[in-house]
Design a protein around this ligand. Structure first.
Ligand code: NI
Length: 220
């Protein structure tokens, strides 16, 4: 299951992060952290992981994610393997690749891209997910996020004008299998739609019991 989540960052946080990341000195060659295969196709700039300003901005993103109820019910996050900011200037892109199965010793079940530039401020730069039934092209408003299984082949189309800033990250889920995460997400959605009235109390409790017991069965 892949999902769009709107307004993961509020306007204030988005502005604060964009202001910090406006400094070009906080960015370095993206090839630095790419594996040998990805190195050949990766052409972007990414944030300096040692910078305290960058670390602060990453903490803000992580906090926003882990307090977003849609993100939490879709990802069932156990921990975040890594978050980096990347910037694609005109002419830059990231060719077809797969994300590493483990990053910093953490299994990557889900990947996300949090868009930080307004879509009309640059051309190209779509995140493309390769699929048997047709590729998916993603370009979202700033502050919105795309969450997708890390199992896919994907790429970032070349930016043909302007500059594209985003945060990307990897999550280890408590629930390893995508199918299981989808069932749990659907269950949470059904619970949210259940009217809050004395007549539905027994059903609600039963569904909560099913949810808890499936989480026990399906978590690592
Ligand atoms: Ni990737």
């Amino acid at each position: 299951m892949a999902i769009f989540i709107e307004n993961v960052l509020d306007v204030h946080t988005l502005e604060a992060i964009s202001e910090v990341l406006a400094a070009q000195s906080l960015f370095e060659e993206g090839k630095k952290t790419a594996g040998s295969t990805a190195k050949k196709v990766k052409n972007n700039l990414q944030s300096d992981a040692n910078s305290s300003l960058v670390k602060g901005a990453i903490r803000q993103v992580e906090k926003a994610l882990f307090s977003n109820p849609v993100f939490v019910s879709a990802a069932q996050p156990l921990k975040c393997a890594k978050i980096i900011f990347n910037r694609y200037e005109t002419g830059m892109g990231y060719g077809e690749h797969v994300d590493d199965a483990f990053i910093n010793g953490t299994r990557t079940d889900l990947s996300f891209t949090l868009f930080l530039s307004e879509p009309e401020s640059y051309q190209g730069g779509e995140l493309i997910i390769k699929k048997a039934d047709g590729d998916e092209s993603i370009k979202l408003p700033s502050g919105s996020l795309y969450l997708y299984p890390s199992t896919s082949v994907h790429y970032v189309a070349p930016v043909t004008s302007g500059s594209r800033l985003a945060a990307v990250g990897w999550i280890q889920s408590r629930v390893r299998l995508e199918e299981h995460r989808t069932v749990l997400f659907d269950l949470v959605s059904a619970l949210k739609q259940l009217p809050d009235s004395p007549e539905t109390n027994t059903s609600r409790l039963k569904l909560l019991q099913v949810q808890s017991n499936l989480q026990r069965l399906w978590s690592d």
